[in-house]
Ligand binder design. Sequence first.
Ligand SMILES: Cc1cc2nc3c(=O)[nH]c(=O)nc-3n(C[C@H](O)[C@H](O)[C@H](O)COP(=O)(O)OP(=O)(O)OC[C@H]3O[C@@H](n4cnc5c(N)ncnc54)[C@H](O)[C@@H]3O)c2cc1C
Length: 491
Amino acid sequence: MAPAQNPISSQHVAVIGAGAAGLVTARELRREGHTVVVFEREKQVGGLWIYSPKAESDPLSLDPTRSIVHSSVYESLRTNLPRECMGFTDFPFVPRFDDESRDSRRYPSHMEVLAYLQDFAREFNLEEMVRFETEVVRVEPVKGKWKVRSKTSGDISEDEIFDAVVVCNGHYTEPNIAHIPGIKLWPGKQIHSHNYRVPDPFESEVVVVIGNFASGADISRDIAKVAKEVHIASRASERDTYVKPPGPRNNLWVHSEIDTANEDGSIVFKNGKVIHADSIVYCTGYKYYFPFLDTNGYMSIDENRVEHLYKHVFPPALAPTLSFVGLPAMVSLSSKIDTYWGFEFTYHLCSDLFFIYFYQGIQFVMFEIQSKWVAAVLSGRFTLPSQDKMMEDITTTYATLDALGIPKRYTHKLGKVQCEYLNWIAEECDCPLVEHWRNQEIVRGYQRLVSHPETYRDEWDDDDLKEEAYRDFATKKLISFHPSYFLESSI
Ligand SMILES: Cc1cc2nc3c(=O)[nH]c(=O)nc-3n(C[C@H](O)[C@H](O)[C@H](O)COP(=O)(O)OP(=O)(O)OC[C@H]3O[C@@H](n4cnc5c(N)ncnc54)[C@H](O)[C@@H]3O)c2cc1C
């Protein structure tokens, strides 16, 4: 899109959340000349990556009066992406060999990601824009502006008027629970992965893990270290699926989905197998949730589709002053090559392993590119299409998904078009495209994850890409050491 003719204007913008998305959004907005207030209900930056050994009081998170624990991170969690492709484009996530407390592995632990985000906030003085322990409880349009009501931990409420609001509240806190026929009478323990921290409570148990995307694949293996047996129920698998997944564990099986749960403690799978289980762990994902947002009914969530959003960012009738950074997630599903977003859309086939994985794409870079777009549109440097054109685009997208038989709940899952999607936005706001090595690291990392789920974080075959990444950082003067410093010392 051509740059707008309008003069550049500075807006007063509220950002909700100081996780990775909120932090980079605040930086991009300020760089563009806007004034920014970031509302964060926690005491520190980092969002999802602030691990808490404490889980919610209700293991299924169904009790509306429970006190919310934001993070879904479990103790053993390591990134599912190599660190070089995970970081922001101008602040690479490189190992800190100068600090012994840091984790220098290529796929580091959650603590290292939190430390990286803290470094990022420090480097760009972002904390000065953040109001900690301040929760946004209501956002509503008022005479062309936005009224934001916030509440401090001391229960003091305040209403303020902003020109624009960017929602970065994360979407891995509100659990989605799969319905199982007969579950009401089933006597065992039930927990959602949001409240899973360590495997110890499952020692010597027979455990059913529902879901085989990223968390399910990881958590089932974590539990298998101490449990007697772990049975994964995978909705995406064929009806007669009953296999041992690749890897050394001999107490782990993958089944098709659950048929029924019974009063006698048994679980019947659609493949006909029956087991007596002690616990069920739901790794069944999360729901988009914006309890504070009141748009007079304009925006709604239907089967986990946030309606209506132009390119997952702008609701046409409220754009550009309301926007969302961080909604899309990346997923690989089954074997379809089709057209979506006007690009080739490939659902990856892993049926030989009966595995269908959810895989994080380049999330932080996506936040960065989306927020550059939002900042540039708000300042008037670039314009959006007309409201009608944006709605037309959304309608066409929904129709395409329908025609392909892609369920509504996958609207914000981008699969292999992620890079094309990001480059489309990058071109819209004249910012650099996603680097070749970054995209390739995602593809090759994903292939390793499918073929070697137990070892993909510690053994790899893409040193060529890693080298390309570090040379790129050096060329752009983003690292102060020669690439060999990182390549030779890294593990
Ligand atoms: C188990 C798991 C593993 C993952 N692993 C990876 C990985 O390896 N690599 C990767 O790139 N991505 C990974 N992801 C994706 C991850 O979610 C993103 O990388 C990213 O950290 C999300 O950032 P965010 O800012 O969108 O949300 P969050 O980090 O969740 O931040 C949202 C912030 O908003 C605040 N907030 C929410 N509501 C309000 C309110 N009303 N008022 C004020 N503040 C509010 C919260 O307190 C929080 O700080 C993983 C996700 C999960 C669930």
